[in-house]
Design a protein around this ligand. Structure first.
Ligand code: SAM
Length: 229
């Protein structure tokens, strides 16, 4: 079982994610646990305000340290004796890639992750220092909030946990071996005059493997030559 506790201001964004496909089935099978904590529940104000203006001036609002810290303390009580890492989804963080997902999923049976979703201009830096929080980015762009990034993190790490998806599906998947996956086809064998490559209909395993490897290389060279360096 891999466990995630997500600190967010927008719980509702996770409803469909947690109730769909592999994520839903993994939760039902007891292989994945995702708990959502609303940072506003730790606001301390009647109106549940959690943000304030930035010291030093500037645009926007910043999520205050105290409610986030209290939400983390509460999340830690849910983790109990599991090994735990706290991660702030942030455009300033290390860029998430396949190797990082693999590391996060390794030894997951006794691991838990607390994922913090920021909003506005982000969260007060002192919380990051106080809890020694790692920052992880899902790309070199800025999202409105960390929720989509947290979903990307949960999804990409969970699918690498043994037993979540069929082992075979992972073998040739894009990025597993530095290559992008070869093109896939299904029935019918002719679509608007476009035929499935003959070799895939041949039943000749060795030729099919060679063809797919060649196509993987071609695609990687064309779309992501940086992966071959
Ligand atoms: C509008 S952004 C704040 C951006 C921040 N002012 C900056 O320039 O670094 C609000 C929140 O979205 C999340 N976020 C935005 N872009 C992200 C990315 N590329 N990866 C992960 N989280 C991201 C973070 O949690 C962030 O606190």
């Amino acid at each position: 079982m891999i466990k995630f506790v997500v600190l967010t201001l927008f719980n509702d964004m996770f409803t469909s994610f947690l109730n769909t496909s592999i994520i839903k089935r993994s939760i039902e099978a007891g292989k994945l646990s995702v708990e959502l904590i609303d940072i506003r529940d730790f606001s301390g104000f009647k109106n549940k305000k959690v943000d304030d203006t930035p010291y030093g001036g500037g645009n926007g609002m910043v999520i205050s340290a105290e409610p986030v810290a209290k939400a983390i303390d509460f999340a830690l009580t849910l983790i109990k004796d599991l090994e735990c890492e706290i991660i702030y989804m942030s455009p300033r963080g290390n860029l998430l890639n396949y190797n990082m997902c693999k590391e996060f999923s390794d030894g997951c049976s006794n691991k838990a992750y607390i994922l913090i979703c920021g909003h506005y201009e982000g969260i007060d830096e002192r919380v990051l220092e106080e809890y020694n929080i790692k920052e992880v980015s899902i790309g070199d762009y800025v999202l409105t909030g960390g929720e989509i990034a947290a979903m990307v993190f949960i999804d990409s790490v969970t699918r690498l946990v043994p037993g979540i998806i069929t082992e075979g599906s992972l073998i040739d998947e894009s990025h597993t071996n530095k290559l992008l996956e070869y093109p896939q086809y299904t029935k019918p064998s002719v679509f608007r005059g476009r035929k499935v490559p003959e070799v895939l209909l041949s039943g000749h395993d060795k030729n099919i493997t060679e063809y797919r490897h060649k196509k993987s290389l071609e695609l990687t060279l064309k779309n992501r030559p940086d992966l071959l360096k």
